[in-house]
Design a protein around this ligand. Structure first.
Ligand SMILES: [Mn+2]
Length: 326
């Protein structure tokens, strides 16, 4: 099973850049998810194998605990003001536009020394070297293409990072982005020592007691709108503040797991008076377009945005945009 030719051509450019540079900043988007974290970790292991120095820096002050098993996750630096690192080049992962990088953007070197590796619809052109493909399942899949090209040894730790990023962003090989190449790569990772049930259980089936109760409470709020086409799940600030965001994001996937539903919204108050909306689409409605209206973004079938305002106000604004497209 061969890699996509365009992906390989881009991987060559990135590998050349890596070999010619050093002192890399590695980072990914705010509210780092499994693909963001795993792609940074896997890139770090690649750089280490190539004898390069690197700094992994995230805007987030805390990372989702579910990924604590990933190698060298404890080496990740959490951004703070006046952080000064001898950065000379950067590889920015799973980030379509600079605003999604948060404060880590302050550490970026010049554009000529910056690489973007991503699979979201492009937002801005902040890097001179781009390995950005909307059709790639995950940023981690693209990183694997560079790893394969570099021909470095893949140990169990690196294999677990690669497997994690892909299994996470394909929703355990169930989302429409899943390709034969993903399954091929993950199959190889099993040869290198990954135990699929171990990783899947850690990411998807080891919820905290409180998180699963909150998921239950969220499901109980489910409401149907626009003749059943749109399902809304809601959590207020009180419920949100009891859990890490990542632990309850499965509610977004449940919002579209209803027969007859075309679009799901998981709306939550992440700070008083401010709501975050996750969109999921199973039909042909492009939720990235809807999220963009509210200054958010994402993919065609999964996207998000943040809106200031009370519950009803926010939900009605979003429903009005959806109605135009139904
Ligand atoms: Mn991703």
């Amino acid at each position: 099973m061969k890699a996509d030719e365009q992906h390989v051509a881009a991987a060559k450019k990135v590998l050349k850049f890596i070999k010619e540079n050093d002192d890399f900043l590695l980072s990914a988007h705010i509210n780092a998810d499994g693909d963001a974290i795993a792609s940074v970790i896997a890139t770090g292991l690649l750089l280490k194998s190539l004898g390069k120095t690197f700094f992994m820096v995230f805007h987030d002050q805390e990372l989702d605990q579910r990924f604590d098993y990933l190698p060298s996750i404890d080496k990740i630096i959490h951004y703070k003001e006046n952080l000064s690192l001898p950065v000379q080049s950067a590889i920015i992962l799973d980030v379509p536009g600079l605003k999604r990088l948060g404060d880590v953007a302050n550490l970026l070197p010049e554009k000529n020394k910056t690489v973007k590796i991503d699979h979201h619809p492009e937002e801005d052109d902040f890097a001179a070297i781009n390995m950005a493909f909307e059709k790639a399942s995950s940023t981690t899949q693209l990183i694997y293409e560079i790893i394969e090209l570099a021909g470095i040894e893949i140990d169990r730790e690196l294999a677990r990072a690669v497997y994690t990023g892909i299994v996470y962003d394909t929703g355990r090989f169930s989302f429409s982005n899943t390709t034969a190449r993903d399954m091929y790569i993950c199959g190889k990772m099993i040869d290198y020592g990954v135990e699929p049930s171990d990783i899947t259980n850690r990411i998807f089936f080891e919820n905290s007691f409180d998180a699963l109760r909150t998921i239950g409470a969220g499901l109980a709020t489910m409401e149907s709108h626009l003749d059943g086409a749109v399902i809304v799940i809601y959590l207020d600030y009180e419920a949100m503040s009891r859990n890490h965001q990542g632990e309850i994001e499965e509610l977004a996937n449940y919002s579209v797991a209803i027969r007859g539903g075309k679009l799901g919204l998981f709306v939550r108050e992440f700070k008083p008076g401010f709501h975050k909306i996750s969109f999921r689409s199973k039909g042909n409605i492009d939720v990235n377009e809807i999220a963009k209206v509210f200054n958010g973004g994402g993919h065609t079938r999964a996207a998000g945005c943040r809106i200031e305002g009370g519950k009803d106000e926010v939900i009605n604004k979003v429903l009005a945009e959806i109605k135009k497209r139904l």
